[in-house]
Design a protein around this ligand. Structure first.
Ligand SMILES: NC(=O)c1ccc[n+]([C@@H]2O[C@H](COP(=O)([O-])OP(=O)(O)OC[C@H]3O[C@@H](n4cnc5c(N)ncnc54)[C@H](O)[C@@H]3O)[C@@H](O)[C@H]2O)c1
Length: 367
């Protein structure tokens, strides 16, 4: 099988794990990298033995590249994805799909017009942990889902990220930054959302960076830093999600699903592995369940490999654009509901992504 040639735009913090993992997949190869900051692209190309460092225009003009990874900052996602599609190439974007809903719509419309595919991170739900949870629900292990809770409570990225200002701009904050992992996992496990309500606040107008190299600099906070939402799923289940950069410590679970016959403890949806635990009706103990699927280490890039397979098999990628748009609308809806003081009715729909096959060498995506 010929490997699909892939280009990468954006060679910052997250590119390392992609460039490490993408070397392992049998169906693709990264042939070129680009970044507005040319030195960063040169550094990654040397480190990961990528043959070419190009500027963005040259990468988009290369006819051998079929698919481009957009690993730029959220504010650039839509513009860069539109350029990739305009150049006739499929796009896999880091999350979120876009900041504004209109821009997300433009990306999906452009892909449709050009007959190209859009796939969007996160791909953690393709890992062994969340795939095991999906199988348990589909097999009826907890009965019908009644409710779910999801918590991402922390104190923000300014203590570890080298350039954390963008986390406090429009289109970031705890919901836009971390919500996609939790919401994608919830939709993957329970289904699409019908309506929702939310409350959000900015707690401190400024944050002080404590990570290097910008330690001591202040960031003006332009987006809510504590965001709570109630989600009514189409199947009737009720979800509660809280994401925060204002919490110093909490003992809440990552994600739990409560069914008519038992409860499911879902692993951190920002990771690929377990543990997965079930507590059946009438029992007092949680029991750990063996994982049914592979890809349990940090497998960022698994969604790219699935997208390449999807192109070859003429199907939707599991982490597809419609799913990412539904997640984007949910995040906007929670913020909008807080401002307007009323429920938000969802306008978009998406399908629950199919389970990953178990009979696949999941580490390399070879059938
Ligand atoms: N850092 C993480 O741990 C992490 C984890 C998961 C997802 N993400 C997501 O990955 C994306 C990138 O995050 P990061 O932490 O790597 O950010 P970063 O700031 O470290 O890197 C982004 C890179 O994109 C480049 N860039 C920005 N605009 C560009 C443009 N128009 N054209 C070409 N290059 C451009 C920048 O020069 C920079 O090198 C974000 O969407 C983020 O949400 C990051």
């Amino acid at each position: 099988m010929e490997k699909m040639k892939i280009g990468v735009i954006g060679c910052g913090n997250i590119s390392d794990i992609y460039l490490t993992n993408l070397r392992e997949y049998a169906n693709l190869e990264v042939v070129a990298v680009a970044d507005l900051n040319h030195e960063k692209a040169v550094e990654k190309a040397e480190k990961y033995e990528i043959p070419r460092v190009l500027d963005v225009d040259a990468l988009l003009a290369d006819p051998t590249i079929e698919l481009v990874l957009n690993l730029t900052i959220p504010a650039a996602h839509a513009e860069v994805s539109l350029r990739i599609l305009e150049a006739g190439k499929h796009v896999y974007s880091e999350k979120p799909l876009a900041i504004k809903l209109e821009d997300g719509q433009k990306v999906l419309a452009k892909a449709k017009e050009k007959g190209l595919l859009v796939s969007v991170a996160p791909d953690t739900f393709l890992g062994g942990g969340l795939q095991t949870c999906k199988k348990l629900i589909e097999d009826g292990a907890i009965g019908e889902p009644v409710a779910a809770t999801a918590f991402m409570l922390g104190h923000g990225p300014e203590s570890w990220h080298p350039d954390p200002a963008f986390f406090y701009r429009e289109g970031a904050g705890p919901m836009f930054d971390m919500g996609p992992y939790y919401l994608t996992a919830l939709i993957h496990l329970i289904g699409p959302i019908r309506r929702l309500t939310g409350s959000a606040r900015i707690t401190s107008p400024e944050r002080v960076i404590t990570s290097e190299p910008k330690s001591g600099e202040t960031i003006k906070v332009e987006t809510p830093t504590h965001v709570a939402g109630i989600l009514d799923f189409e199947n009737g289940a009720i979800g509660t999600i809280i994401t925060s950069f204002d919490v110093w410590g909490a003992k809440t679970p990552f994600l739990e699903i409560y069914g008519t016959n038992g409860s499911l403890s879902v692993p951190d949806p920002n990771t690929f592995g377990g543990p997965v635990l079930v507590r059946n009706a009438g029992e007092v103990e949680w029991k750990e369940v063996s994982l049914t699927h592979g890809s349990i280490e940090n497998s960022r890039g698994l969604g790219v490999a699935d997208m390449v397979n999807a192109l070859r098999e003429k199907r939707k990628p599991r982490a597809n654009g419609e799913l990412a748009y539904h997640v984007l609308e949910t995040m906007h809806g929670i913020h909008e509901s807080s401002v307007k003081g009323k429920h938000y009715e969802m306008t978009s729909k998406c399908e629950q992504p199919d389970a990953m096959p178990t009979d696949i060498l999941s580490e390399t995506m070879e059938g």
